[in-house]
Design a protein around this ligand. Structure first.
Ligand code: ATP
Length: 822
């Protein structure tokens, strides 16, 4: 008897699996493979890859996939854009398929991504190549409906997720079980303190797991999260770890953590660690000229697609908002960690789909994200280190494409940064800006700041954020905060004055007067970063006119002495505030008038109001006292240098306020008042006491009491009469309605008679100037005629007058009459 076709199919599948199993045992046999079709992959995977247009293997894929299919742990290193995602997604699909994984086996593979964008991206690739498989896959990232996820998560075989959300499900979702997990994929980025934690995790706790890209973004909070996640997972896993940067850390990871891992490094023929088709340039430019050069670049590259990296969210916001108002002639976008997740994903998708656009971004966009066809990567602010540089430029020249990169360096950064790049084998070529092509946007920015307090506020925050980011950089040989021309930079941003930045409290002043600390870690928690916005130039002008002295200033001068001393010691000459210097030299307190103080206060108000009103443009979140660092979840750029919450003064404050302690400031806050509202909604103080003299003007107390009683009783009588009238009217209306209803029941058209309120019973239409009364009636349909109307009325009028039956006989008679009438 011939076998049933279904059995045939099953048999064929099982034959295929055993053949694949057999072929996978010798990974060396695929050392020269160039196509996916040459690898021992199932027909389903082959089909998925073909449909997604993945035909040829990249180097890392050729080396890593056969090893992973043979069940080996892998530590891979390959340049950005070299196709590492497929190098771990293909084995996930294949290994689960070979294990005949079904919906009843639960979760088989987990890919943990540090950023939601990256998770979305991986999931998209997985969907493409896995469409022929019967496995279920889900994306669980923060910012989505947890309940919906909870309903589905238990049915998934592969999950791509972010760590926080995964842990949430582990804690809260009933039945969520990772005990059967075969593969764990994770983006762990070395070259940071997280790597040290990761080494411990993998070295001491983890058995083979599937990992992808080691790097930096994970924050300290992740340490605990990861710990908790790992505890929940099964111990039977396979590890594949990939990194774009071949750091010692990755090798350490291999030595310490994995059992006999294969170290797969893809060294292209070129001796450089960045893609061959990537042309890399740098230019040296003074800080105040940076925006001019950037704007000129945009104006001369209107058809390009580019990413501009800046060091802080607030800088991104300022440059984006300001440049949007300057209308450069190309779409501008911005992406940073303070935006809501949905907005970030939306912007990401928008930029992906655009042909020409400039995206201003923080390092949130530097790693892992695959923006197709990016022509240029500009680094307006110097990257933290050479690895960050590699990741940033890796957003262009991806896979087979060509790309260009331009790094902006300050004169003080040039020498050391170039050294760093050289040690990492990154070839960069110096270029010069053609002065004839350079535009000056300083005047436009100044006028923007003058017209729009929001822009001014953002500019001030951008200034402070930039300064802070430079100050917090670990490599002080590259980043020299004291060499920055602060005043010129503030002017270049269009600001009317230089926001004052002090990096230390009075308590720290004595120690700090000697030298600038080399490492920021040395500073203890009492360290304070203060920001104060001063309209110095305007104030100076006003002071010249008016010479009235002010006690306010002398006070703040005295109190602020320590800080100024500090400033002197910290800041280099160009950084020094001219006004402060002048004041010090003359030892005379500059006078300030009442008007000046009012102006100052008024301006502060404007800023506060605008700060509060700052638009939630494109989903940006503005949180008071928030840090400049990226999204808490994904980044902690310099973990050890984190400033304490609230250290940065967000709202502009007067000097006197700044010199007060927190307690004193709270004391100064206005006390609340109790207010009562009358019937008309007018506010009144709870006790409105009148002055006695004024009170007696209206007569003595007794007379006033009598008058009050009389007036009150009169008012009450009038109110009583009105109430009665209203009640009477209501009764009359009700009566009329009842009567109308009764007539209707009797079959009489209520419009034929006038009710007591006859004017309400009919609508009045005007024709030929004469009012004409027309009874309300339903508009006739197109198929109705007058005869039908009459018939209806006749039918309605056939009402049986029935007397209430008293006895059984009466009821019988009534029944007969009713029957007879039908
Ligand atoms: N075999 C292939 N054939 C064609 N295109 C490929 C292939 N492998 C990867 N790509 C494409 O190359 C680009 C980069 O791939 P991928 O994002 O996996 O690189 P990566 O090494 O993970 O980069 P990064 O280190 O920046 O995260 C993607 O657009 C991807 O679609």
């Amino acid at each position: 008897m011939p076998p049933k076709p279904r059995k045939n199919k099953r048999q064929a599948e099982s034959d295929e699996l055993s053949a694949l199993e057999q072929r996978s045992k010798d990974p060396d046999a695929f050392a020269t493979a160039t196509l996916f079709s040459e690898l021992p992959l199932s027909i389903r995977t082959q089909e998925g890859l073909k449909r997604a247009n993945f035909i040829e293997l990249t180097d890392i894929q050729r080396k890593a996939i056969p090893l992973a299919l043979a069940g080996r742990d892998i530590l891979g290193a390959a340049k950005t854009g070299s196709g590492k995602t497929l190098a771990f997604l293909v084995p996930i699909l294949e290994l689960l398929y070979r294990a005949k994984w079904s919906q009843f086996d639960g979760l088989g593979a987990l890919v943990i991504s540090p950023t939601r964008e990256l998770a979305v991206q991986i999931f998209e690739v997985l969907k493409k190549i896995g469409r022929q498989h019967l496995l279920s896959a889900g994306l669980i990232i923060g910012g989505k409906d947890l309940i919906i996820e909870q309903e589905r998560v238990n049915r998934m075989n592969i999950l791509v997720c972010t760590p926080g959300r995964l842990l949430q499900h582990m804690d809260q979702t009933v039945g969520f079980d990772c005990g059967n997990l075969q593969l764990l994929g994770m983006y762990i980025w070395p070259n940071c303190r997280m790597c040290i934690d990761m080494r411990e995790y993998f070295g001491l706790k983890m058995k083979p797991a599937l990992l992808d890209e080691a790097d930096r973004i994970l924050d300290m909070g992740f340490e605990k999260t990861l710990n908790a996640i790992i505890d929940n997972l099964s111990k039977q896993r396979q590890t594949l770890l990939f990194s774009a940067t071949q750091t010692k850390s990755v090798r350490d990871l291999a030595r310490l953590s994995l059992k006999n891992p294969e170290y797969v490094a893809v060294h292209e023929k070129s001796e450089f660690s960045t893609p061959q088709k990537l042309a890399q340039h740098y230019l040296v430019c003074d800080l105040p000229q940076k925006l001019d050069v950037l704007f000129s670049f945009i104006k001369t590259h209107l058809t390009c697609k580019a990413i501009v990296f800046l060091s802080a969210c607030k800088q991104v916001r300022f440059v984006f908002e300001a440049f949007c108002r300057l209308h450069p002639g190309v779409p501008l976008l911005h992406l940073h960690g303070k935006q809501k997740q949905t907005k970030r994903v939306e912007i990401f998708a928008k930029f992906v789909s655009m042909k020409s656009a400039f995206l201003f971004a923080t390092d949130i966009a530097a790693r892992g994200l695959d923006f197709p066809a990016v022509d240029w990567v500009l680094q307006l602010d110097c990257p933290e280190d050479a690895d960050t540089y590699i990741h940033r430029v890796g957003r262009t020249a991806r896979f087979d494409a060509a790309g260009q990169a331009l790094l902006f360096l300050l004169p003080s950064e040039e020498e050391k940064m170039l050294e760093l790049l050289k040690t990492k084998k990154i070839p960069v070529e110096k270029i010069k800006v053609r002065q004839s092509k350079q535009q000056n946007v300083q005047k436009q920015l100044q006028s923007l700041c003058f017209q729009d307090p929001e822009i001014k506020y953002l500019g001030q925050k951008a200034f402070i954020s930039y300064m802070r980011s430079v100050y917090l950089q670990k490599d002080k040989s590259v980043f020299k905060v004291h060499e920055l021309p602060t005043e010129e930079y503030a002017t270049a941003l269009g600001l009317p004055g230089t926001p004052k930045i002090k990096f230390i409290t009075k308590s720290h002043a004595k120690n700090a007067t000697r030298q600038v600390p080399k490492e920021v870690e040395e500073l203890d928690s009492s360290e304070e970063v203060e920001s104060e916005v001063e309209e110095r130039r305007l104030m100076r002008k006003k002071n010249e006119i008016n010479t009235e002295s002010s006690t306010d200033d002398s006070e703040s001068e005295g109190k602020g002495k320590g800080k100024r001393q500090l400033k002197k010691n910290y800041a280099s000459k160009p950084h020094e505030d001219d006004d402060v210097e002048e004041e010090k030299k003359s030892k005379v307190v500059k006078p300030k008038t009442k008007v000046d103080r009012m102006f100052n206060r008024k301006n502060q108000d404007i800023l506060s109001v605008h700060y509060g009103r700052l638009i939630d443009r494109e989903g940006d979140k503005i949180v008071a006292n928030e840090d400049d660092d990226e999204d808490n979840f994904i980044t902690l750029k310099r973990v050890n240098h984190e400033l304490e919450d609230g250290e940065e003064a967000m709202l502009p404050m007067s000097k006197r306020q700044l010199n007060k302690t927190k307690k004193e400031r709270i004391k100064d806050l206005p006390k609340g008042e109790r207010i009562v509202f009358d019937d008309e909604g007018r506010p009144h103080q709870i006790y409105e006491m009148q002055d006695e003299k004024d009170f007696l003007k209206a007569g003595d107390t007794k007379t006033q009491i009598r008058r009050f009683l009389q007036e009150s009783s009169e008012a009450m009588t009038t109110a009583d009469a009105t109430d009665k009238e209203v009640a009477k009217e209501k009764r009359r209306q009700k009566k009329a309605e009842r009567k109308a209803k009764a007539r209707e029941m009797e079959g009489v058209d209520p419009s034929e008679t006038y009710s007591e309120n006859e004017e309400n019973a009919a609508t009045i239409q005007f024709s030929d100037g004469e009012p004409e009364e027309k009874p309300i009636s339903k508009t006739k349909r197109w198929f109705q005629n007058d005869e039908e109307d009459e018939a209806k009325t006749r039918k309605k009028k056939r009402v049986l007058e029935i007397e209430q039956p008293q006895t059984l006989e009466d009821q019988e008679a009534l029944a007969l009459r009713l029957l007879g009438s039908l």
